[in-house]
Design a protein around this ligand. Sequence first.
Ligand code: GDP
Ligand code: MN
Length: 380
Amino acid sequence: MNLHEYQAREILRRYGIPVPPGEVASTPAEARAIAERLGGKVVVKAQVHAGGRGKAGGVKLAKTAAEAETHAKAILGMTIKGLTVQKVLIAPAAEIASESYVGIIVDRTSQRPVLMVSPAGGIDIEEVAAKTPEKIHRRAVDPRYGLLSHQAMMLGFALYKDVKQARAAADIMQKLYAAVYGVGASLAEINPLVTTPDGAVQALDAKIAIDDNELERRPDIAALRDVSSEAPEEVAAREAGLTFIKLEGTVGCCVNGAGLAMATMDLVKYYGGEPANFLDIGGSSNPQKVVSALRIITSDPRVKVILFNIFGGITRGDDVANGIVQATREFTLKVPIVIRLTGTNEQLGVEILRKAGFSALTDMDDAVKQAVALLKGRAA
Ligand code: GDP
Ligand code: MN
């Protein structure tokens, strides 16, 4: 789950990291009122779950409250990477002497949290990572001991020559590390971490992604979810109890079990197709889940063929078949559907499908081949 910058800033603040104050507005008039209250120069920042807001015109400095209102008017309603801006953060503008990057990710390869810092922070950090990776310093942290002072200090010196600033940065890194564990984050990033002309070090932007598996035991963090700014299909899938990830292809996949779903996507690609999504209807058996899954898959105009791959264990073939039939009664499928159904209650399922005018295959390979062939307009 992604947090908005203003929520992430609040968490950093709670852990003692210096962050300028700020307030959120959803109308230009509110933005103006906040800017008046703050006084002086402000920065108006789009609150969307996307990076690169600066480059997209979603971060603007304003000298007056009237100017803040104008910027808010332009930024509210703007789309950044497909997401509509519904809120802006108004914060006092900082004067910037330097911009660094500090991030922590839970790294699967080293199976540890990894600190990444760079003195070349700011909006071009992706380019720095791609072209001059030597400017990014990494350190995997042993979770048994946490980020020790001398380790943090070494990373601090990778950012600043000045001892006081290096120490301030080291302190921020240790606090960020504590925040990662405190909120169950899989990623926490400060970019830019700035120095001001008077030498202070502070966080001007914050990005935190929460590991979804942590939400159950952290209701306060789960409550930060902003459904209105998430992809609608992913919201619908979560509410229906489905595991769904939107992808770029044209083969809508509906599978039971995450492993089989992965294998299905591999096979789709092997035969020359591209999956439109990852979707696991889960082990439990429930026709309604299938209806929800089909509704979500067919809401994507890019989907040109639907592929069911069901290997019934706990999932029952008749439940899946009933779900497919029920879905087609509730809405019309505008694209062909290929069904592979085997395992528990296979005979019942196939019979239900046959009566409703569908046919089912038992072999996964055949089903995927047929789906890709339909996509390409030829018979399998
Ligand atoms: P992002 O592009 O989505 O990462 O948004 P950021 O919050 O990181 O802002 C992008 C850039 O805008 C930063 O790298 C800064 O150069 C600039 N910026 C952001 N806040 C301020 C501020 O308070 N003062 C000044 N002078 N520049 C800012
Ligand atoms: Mn940033």
